[in-house]
Design a protein around this ligand. Structure first.
Ligand code: PLP
Length: 259
């Protein structure tokens, strides 16, 4: 049985974070394990509270999974602060894990901060050099590079700059590029660019899309897929999830993990 680990925050509303990751792992038929970095009080209306874990508690969870169950691939989501980023980076190095997917979660759609501003430099310094794939959306890529990204050429340039920071493969997602009627994700592997395009679906129910997308990539890597294949399957998976909304709650509903 292939195994996948998620190191991320809990979303009590079940649409994003650890909950989205484990549901996605289950759908893609890998055994999911988890290390919680924070608990959020959250629903489709927004984030009502953020309660970070102690970095030692995060490290202990990863240690427990690593020394017994092990993992074929892992992803990081909400990491919240510098201490947690350092603890997670140390554990990745200790276990020698290479199939590492980093979803650089920064701000929830409702505006709540899921990564302290001063932790961005720790993310760049400690975690990016350890990651096989990083999956920023456009606002996250702008924070990582200091660029303003409006065109495809700027997306490509940002991917190149993030690659130079140490990420072996960079996927800049097109979901926020709302002026186009296609959502185009750009993958840069250090040599070539690949493009993954799907028709844009106009919907309010996109809560947790980033988490679900990176979890799907992680599951496919755990099963032995190449980076290109994993991104391609994840793009189709998230498209189907967005196309079949659940209409749960009164606000931004979750994507449908079993679509
Ligand atoms: N809450 C948690 C715990 C998350 O990990 C994420 C991931 O990005 C979010 C919320 C963000 O959700 P949204 O898709 O609504 O921005």
């Amino acid at each position: 049985m292939n195994r996948a680990l998620t190191i991320a925050g809990s979303d009590s509303g079940g649409g994003a974070g650890i909950q989205a990751d484990l549901k996605t792992f289950q759908e893609l038929k890998v055994f999911g394990t988890s290390a919680l970095t924070a608990v959020t009080a959250q629903n489709t209306l927004g984030v009502q509270g953020v309660f970070p874990m102690d970095a030692v508690a995060v490290a202990n969870q990863v240690q427990s999974v690593g020394e017994d169950i092990g993992t074929d691939a892992l992803k990081t989501g909400m990491l919240f602060n510098t201490e947690i980023i350092q603890a997670v980076s140390e554990k990745i190095k200790q276990f020698g894990w290479e199939k590492v997917v980093v979803d650089p979660v920064m701000i929830a759609k409702g505006g709540a901060s899921l990564l302290q501003q001063e932790a961005v430099s720790a993310l760049k310094k400690h975690l990016l050099p350890l990651c096989l794939i990083i999956t920023p959306n456009i606002p996250e890529a702008e924070v990582l590079t200091g660029m303003s990204i409006k065109s495809m050429d700027e997306k490509k340039e940002a991917a190149k700059r993030i690659h130079i920071l140490g990420a072996k493969n960079v996927v800049i997602k097109g979901g926020h590029d709302e002026e186009t009627n296609e959502s185009v994700d750009v993958l840069f592997d250090g040599i070539e660019y690949s493009y993954f395009s799907t028709p844009r679906i106009m919907t309010e129910n996109t809560h947790g899309t980033g988490c679900t997308f990176s979890a799907a990539i992680t599951a496919k890597l755990a099963k032995g897929s190449s980076v290109h294949e994993a991104v391609s399957v994840a793009k189709d998976f998230i498209q189907a999830a967005i196309a079949n909304p659940l209409n749960i709650g009164c606000g931004h509903g979750p994507t449908n993990h079993w679509a």
